[in-house]
Write a protein that binds this ligand. Structure first.
Ligand SMILES: *Cc1c(COP(=O)(O)O)cnc(C)c1O
Length: 616
């Protein structure tokens, strides 16, 4: 899904402002209009924005440096060409022809994001958004035929017969139509053409017709001169109000998953019904698995080879896939249990009657790597299962160190990375991880329902002939079926996967390192408050993941987790009870779409409750 923003123009009618700056950078309500547009497009599920630059292109270079997902295409002849030439410069950057088409926008407009939703849901191959009368003084009128398709455009209403409305500067076209526009412009040999003129010509001559989608009271404003700018400032609050109607009530989840999500991820689930056996959906899943593989260190260009296998289910399903599918009858598995999730993997191994042993270790003290090593070698183990980040307590296990050791000794590693992936930078090749589980609802910040297993290709091929101990959760069958058909064997969680696609795009823009920095900043705020209140943490600070914190409950008999929980919940924060037997803790996770000011607000709720106990 692409968007193209045509931003080559000189903006001569805003001369004082745009002499040394492109028109798109004129601020309205304090934010450059083109930046407002970029944010709306990314929130609407656009993966890549191509901006056609001209006048003062360096401003766009700086914008592109701040927003991953922006590609620039320069029109060197911007001073003497029209917007069609800039569009043509961008067209070749559209590589894939996704079924969503390409959104075309002018750089100098502010608009209500509902317009993007209307265009996306329009059933026609191409659609141009038209509004009712704006009396803006520089309107371009659109003419339509009896069926509603575009037949012409002009600034002179007298030149048109059936006027549908005014051009807003927002359209959606297929890749084929975009190519037809480029060809049409080349044939005309007129470099000064506007893109809307070409759009109307292509539509009028068929077969690539463009539907005129009219929203009579659409909120938008093009900014060509000072009077337009004043109108835009006056209109901005109405646009903000209209868009605010879509805002979902904020609940900050401080439980360790499902994590707090962005509204754009929530809305990404709202899609037309689709049979998951359609090619279009297969392409969505293929995109998701390729991007996830890349995030786990699989970057084909650099030789790394990771395969991601998707299942419907929670994170435990991915754990069960690994334990049940990746150990042969002749194998011997060592499971490290230093928390509830390690114990869970051991339980799964027991259910499947594998040949396995458990290495038990403290839930809050760092793992003794040397002892694990000695056990692995003495016991001639072939497989090691370990949790990357024990969500029970927030303890981080030394997986890269264990992984390297196992690689040296030919031991296959099975890692529950459910609460580590997408926050802690992981490279399976570098870290010696053969199989790793994760899920859609933790640090990747999507919805619950999709589980995935990352596999190093060589290790995956080895499980091909292992016994099939179950049916639904078999790794090799699921992998092979998807490879051959681009379909999962059974119904996938369709809407969860659309949300996951949006979540992956947002994770890529933030980067895993950026995400961990944000999580850590929230953790810093929390830990400072915990210490100021005189509370103690279960795990020594140096061994903590900074993703979840187990806090020892105050000894004051007035303390009651349920009361604390309800108090916090009433203020929009969901906290979580402890899980480690023998230690009375409550847990605060700081994964998900949580910002520092929200964590600061939570620490005030925490402080009010804890200090209140003294007076109880
Ligand atoms: C959340 C989590 C899981 C999966 O739990 P589900 O309840 O199945 O989602 C597995 N392992 C770890 C370490 C986790 O944090």
């Amino acid at each position: 899904m692409y968007a193209i923003i045509m931003a080559g123009g000189m903006g001569t009618r805003l001369k004082e402002r745009t002499g040394a700056m492109p028109k798109g950078f004129v601020p309205v309500a304090g934010v450059p209009v083109v930046e407002q547009s970029v944010r709306k497009l990314f929130a609407a599920g656009i993966e890549e924005i191509i901006i056609g630059t001209g006048h003062c292109a360096d401003w766009y270079e700086r914008l592109a440096a701040r927003y991953a997902g922006i590609t620039l295409a320069h029109n060197p002849h911007y001073a003497r060409t029209g917007s069609m030439e800039t569009l043509a410069c961008c067209a070749s950057a559209v590589k894939r022809s996704g079924s969503g088409g390409v959104i075309l926008l002018e750089s100098d407009i502010i608009y209500d994001a509902h317009g993007l939703t209307a265009l996306r849901n329009d059933p026609h191959e191409n659609a141009v958004l038209a509004s009712g009368a704006t009396h803006g003084g520089d309107e371009v009128y659109l003419e339509q035929d009896g069926a509603g398709f575009l037949t012409g455009c002009s600034k002179d209403p007298g030149a048109l017969t059936r006027i549908a409305g005014e051009l807003t500067g927002i359209s959606r076209v297929s890749k084929a139509t975009l190519d037809a526009m480029v060809a049409c412009a080349r044939d005309s040999a007129n470099p000064a053409l506007d893109y809307e003129t070409v759009l109307a010509r292509v539509s009028a001559s068929g077969p690539r017709r463009v539907f005129v989608r009219v929203i009579a009271r659409y909120l938008w404003q093009e900014i060509d001169d000072e009077s337009h700018l004043a109108r835009a400032e006056a209109l901005a609050p109405a646009i903000a109000e209209s868009e605010s109607l879509l805002k979902i009530r904020r609940e900050v989840l401080l439980n360790p998953g499902p994590a707090t999500t962005t509204d754009s991820v929530k809305y990404a689930q709202v899609v037309p019904d689709i049979c998951p056996r359609e090619k279009e959906f297969g392409a969505v899943m293929a995109w998701i698995t390729a991007e996830l593989s890349r995030m786990a260190g699989g970057d084909r260009e650099n030789g790394g080879e990771i395969e991601t296998v998707l299942f419907g289910g929670s994170g435990t399903a991915a754990d069960e896939v690994m334990i049940s599918s990746c150990v042969p009858d002749t194998g011997k598995l060592l499971v490290i249990d230093n928390g509830a999730y390690g114990a869970r993997m051991a339980k799964i191994a027991e259910v499947y009657r594998l040949n396995f042993e458990v290495f038990r270790s403290s839930g809050f003290l760092p793992l003794d790597t040397e002892a694990v090593k000695a056990k692995l070698l003495e016991g001639r183990f072939t497989h090691l299962a370990v949790v990357y980040h024990e969500t029970t307590t927030g303890l981080l296990n030394p997986v890269p160190e264990l992984g390297r050791l196992c690689r040296e000794h030919g031991i296959t590693t099975i890692v529950d990375g459910v609460s580590a992936f997408a926050a802690i930078p992981i490279d399976m090749d570098r870290d010696g991880i053969d199989f790793m589980a994760s899920t859609s609802n933790k640090n990747i910040q999507g919805m619950p329902g999709a589980a995935f297993v990352f596999c190093r290709s060589a290790a995956l091929k080895a499980v091909k002939d292992y016994p099939m101990r179950n049916y639904y959760l078999n790794l090799w069958d699921q992998y092979r079926h998807f490879k051959n058909t681009m379909q999962t064997r059974f119904t996938p969680p369709v809407q969860t996967l659309y949300a996951l696609r949006q979540a992956i795009m947002e994770a890529k823009r933030e980067t895993v390192a950026g995400r961990y920095a944000r999580y850590s900043a929230c953790w810093d705020v929390l830990v400072r408050a915990v210490k100021e209140l005189g509370l103690e943490m279960l795990v020594p600070e140096a061994a903590q993941s900074k993703l979840i914190t187990a806090v020892i409950e105050p000894s004051n008999p007035a303390y009651d987790f349920e009361v604390f929980h309800d108090t916090a919940r009433a203020r929009g924060f969901t906290i979580y009870p402890g899980k480690l037997a023998g230690a009375n803790t409550f847990r605060i996770a700081n994964i998900g779409d949580i910002q520092v000011p929200e964590m600061e607000r939570f620490t005030r709720v925490l402080a009010a409750y804890i200090t209140g106990l003294a007076h109880a």
